[in-house]
Design a protein around this ligand. Structure first.
Ligand code: PLP
Length: 383
């Protein structure tokens, strides 16, 4: 039985506190790009729906209200081109709890591997650590080990904005199926693409029929309203996909009391029904991005060759980078940025302790992962 005591590194943002304090001493203040916490208001329609639902005397349902499940299914069809049954969706208390708990909820443990992108949101690895599974940082399906039980994709990716296209998603799903592993697409930035490539096309979902062959076996998508609707404080997200996985997940979540508060469920219905606030938010980010980083426009047509990963504390060669959107962590910087050149010199990096030395348990061939935020990657090179 794994124990969590001593198993987890310090929380990355706590570890960064001294650097944040140092940056705050900079004349004009700091640009905090370390947490994607929205700074713009929650939409009025959503706040009204929340306020109208405050007489929440009864326990909410873990599965979500029928209205919410329908709203999620309708949203998938309308915005992602994906058909899911309202019975194959599940609201979650934000998506982070799901990311961290999914290995546990699926019964994954020691002797099994959890795969996640080489440059990634840290919670994928923490979820593996919490159950004693082997963490494998890899973007190459061919190197995913035989004992893989769960694969995380993140498209568009935090922090580097990489977008996986249909053939890349399909290759990942095919490999996961070969390994009999569950594969999950964390797609919380799906509505925030604005490079030329994705201007007139939707960013593909892992549940897209071109990816899955219209068969969701072994596949889940997760989506959050934190970013598109500025609802990070509400804790509002959901998953959808293979009913054979959703059903047992619902059962465990019922036992564990993992239910979304009723007023938040009502607010989610309102947020999913209204596309205008999402369009407005996307344009807000686009305007800030172009104001603060005019070079992004020049590079929008540049090569999509993958750029080498940054090393801790320094910047890698500036090969034009991989993909499309930036995360809403850009929200707060337009007022503060005075010089693009000076912001590009800043690199914040953290490494998990495991990534600094070869892991005994990490199968050979998988490079150690670095978690980093490199401002140039985020704002200057996505195309
Ligand atoms: C890639 C990724 N996944 C999941 C989350 C969690 O978002 P939330 O818990 O607000 O839904 C974040 C938040 O920044 C993220 O960047």
């Amino acid at each position: 039985m794994p124990t969590l005591r001593g198993a987890l590194p310090d929380y990355p943002w706590d570890a960064m506190a001294p650097y944040v304090a140092r940056a705050a001493e900079h004349p004009g203040g700091k640009l905090d790009l370390s947490v994607g916490s929205p700074v713009d208001p929650a939409p009025a329609s959503v706040r009204e729906a929340l306020a109208a639902a405050t007489d929440a005397h009864a326990y909410p349902t873990t599965a979500g209200t029928p209205r919410l499940r329908e709203a999620i299914a309708e949203w998938y069809l309308r915005r992602r081109g994906v058909t899911v049954s309202p019975d194959a969706v599940l609201p979650t208390i934000g998506s982070k709890e799901l990311v961290a708990l999914l290995p546990f909820l699926l019964g994954i443990g020691a002797g099994e591997a959890v795969v996640f992108p080489r440059i990634a949101y840290p919670s994928y690895e923490m979820g593996a650590a919490m159950v004693g599974a082997d963490p494998v940082a890899s973007d190459d399906p061919a190197e995913w080990p035989e004992h893989t039980a769960l694969v995380w994709l993140n498209s568009p990716a935090n922090p580097d904005g990489r977008v996986l296209d249909v053939p890349e998603l399909r290759a990942a799903v095919d490999r996961a199926r070969e390994l009999d592993a569950v594969i999950v697409g964390d797609e919380c930035y799906a509505e925030l693409g604005w490079s030329e490539r994705w201007r007139d096309k939707r960013i593909p979902s892992i549940l897209d029929p071109r990816v899955t062959g219209a068969d969701h076996r072994g596949v889940l998508g997760i989506y959050s309203l934190s970013k598109q609707s500025n609802l990070a404080g509400y804790r509002a997200a959901f998953l959808a996909g293979d009913p054979e996985i959703v059903k047992p997940l619902l059962n465990v979540r019922k036992h564990a009391g993992l239910m979304v508060p009723a007023p938040v469920q009502a607010a989610m219905v309102a947020a999913l029904a209204d596309e205008s606030h999402v369009d407005a938010q996307r344009e807000r980010y686009r305007a800030r991005r172009e104001t603060s980083c005019p070079r992004s426009r020049q590079r929008a047509t540049a090569s999509t060759t993958a750029r080498p990963a940054c090393t801790c504390g320094s910047r890698a060669a500036s090969t034009p980078g991989r993909a499309s959107p930036i995360s809403p962590i850009s929200a707060s910087w337009s007022d503060r940025v005075t010089s693009t050149a000076s912001t590009r010199r800043i690199t914040c990096a953290w490494r998990s302790p495991r990534a600094t030395r070869p892991s005994r348990r990490r199968p050979g061939g998988c490079a150690p992962r670095e978690n980093f935020l490199d401002i140039e990657r985020l704002f200057g090179i996505h195309g």
